[in-house]
Design a binder for this molecule. Structure first.
Ligand code: ZN
Length: 394
């Protein structure tokens, strides 16, 4: 095994650590920007390095369909294909079973109302027939051409090996925050059976496989899943699926789950990345995150500042020559005004999306680096109080 994880400092449940992968060290807590289609939209690998990204998360479902994992393998693997030398995590495709099935029908994200009307899922060819979950895996219609496709635990692991990601995820079934107890329990038990099949299919010692804890927002299911998945010989553990209907539900899920997981394994929280959530999750023992929020919000003109998010399209910024955030040292804030950013967004110029993405990711990655430093020097509680006293959640 060329992968290793060490906990360095610990205060309460908050901890710092190092994940050593074949493509470098990830200092934790760490945030992985999402590069769904083997690109973090609008950014080059040099941009990502300049703003402090240690790793990215790419999406198995999308790369499996296009351009195809075998093609990427023939061309030297995902790192070479996208010219990203750092750590790559891939998801399992399981979330798409959720996005194409229940989430689309329910119109919700990981937390109910997280992305109202903005579930990132295709709407063709027919909403209800898009995905069918069986004990073997998930059958779905490609959103690209409607062709029938199948993902199973074995296929998901094979695809992730072909992509040659460093950190890979077990194939799981995500339930919606609106799924009832019986369905959530059945999906969790299916996820546990799939976990064993993923471990059997996992042959590469250059890849760290994460098991996924499911169970929705039900305490007994989460605790059961944490015990079952936590006892299996995975490299790391991820908290997946529905995190309930509110932030408080999400905190409960983490409080039930994390104390039951082994201390010596890295813990990933899937799909969470807002500033207040980063503090709440690190405080409860999470090591790594991925989330589309900073990049997606950037492309919608919603930009982080120390006082909360602003919508840069607003007319109030028309003559505002200040940077997005006075204290931000990113490329965008060093060179451009709110007035110019607003103009680019109103004119739908591509540079606007790029500059906004640089800023939002820099903001989140810098915040996570400060959190990491604060755990190391024992000032996490002070940093949390200082940042959240100003930051108004949108
Ligand atoms: Zn900035």
């Amino acid at each position: 095994m060329t992968l290793k994880f060490h906990v360095l400092d610990q205060h309460g449940r908050a901890r710092t650590g190092r994940i050593e992968t074949p493509h470098g060290v990830v200092e934790t807590p760490a945030f992985f920007p999402v590069g769904t289609q083997a690109t973090v939209k609008t950014l080059t690998p040099d941009d990502l390095r300049a703003i402090g990204a240690q790793g990215i998360l790419a999406n198995t479902y999308h790369l499996f369909l296009r351009p195809g994992a075998e093609l990427i393998q023939r061309l030297g693997g995902l790192h070479r294909f996208m010219a990203w030398p750092g750590t790559i995590m891939t998801d399992s495709g399981g979330y798409q079973a959720f996005s194409l099935g229940l989430a689309l029908e329910h119109g919700v994200g990981k937390i109910a109302k997280m992305f109202p009307g903005d579930v990132e899922a295709p709407t063709r060819p027919s909403r209800k027939a898009l995905a069918r979950v069986t004990d073997d895996g998930v059958e779905f219609a490609s959103h690209l051409d409607g062709s029938r496709q199948v993902l199973t635990p074995e296929i998901s692991i094979t695809v992730q090996q072909q992509l040659s990601a460093d950190l890979i995820l077990a194939f799981d079934e995500c339930t919606s925050p609106l799924s009832d107890y019986a369905y959530t329990r059945d999906a969790m038990e299916r996820t546990h059976r799939w976990a064993a099949r993923c471990l059997d299919a996992w042959t590469s010692t250059n890849q760290g496989l994460y098991g996924i804890v499911q169970g929705g927002a039900y305490q007994d299911l989460r605790e059961h899943s944490a015990r079952v998945v936590g006892a299996l010989p995975f490299f790391g553990l991820a908290i997946g699926g529905s995190l309930g209907r509110s932030k408080s539900d999400m905190h409960d899920v983490l409080d039930w789950t994390i104390p039951l997981l082994p201390e010596e394994k890295p813990r990933h929280l899937l799909g969470i990345g807002e500033p207040e959530d980063l503090f709440a999750s690190v405080e409860r023992g999470i090591d790594t995150f991925d989330c589309v929020a900073p990049t997606r919000l950037a492309r919608h003109g919603s930009l982080y500042t120390a006082d909360g998010r602003i919508s840069i399209r607003k007319v109030v910024y028309r003559e505002d020559m200040a940077p997005i955030d006075e204290a931000c040292p990113c490329y965008t804030c060093r060179h451009f005004s709110r007035a110019y950013l607003r103009h680019l967004f109103v004119a739908e110029e591509i540079l606007g999306y790029r500059l906004a993405t640089i800023h939002n990711l820099h903001f989140i990655l810098t915040l996570v680096a400060r959190i990491r430093q604060s755990i190391a020097d024992g000032s996490f509680a002070e940093l949390k109080a200082e940042v959240l006293a100003r930051y108004r959640a949108a």
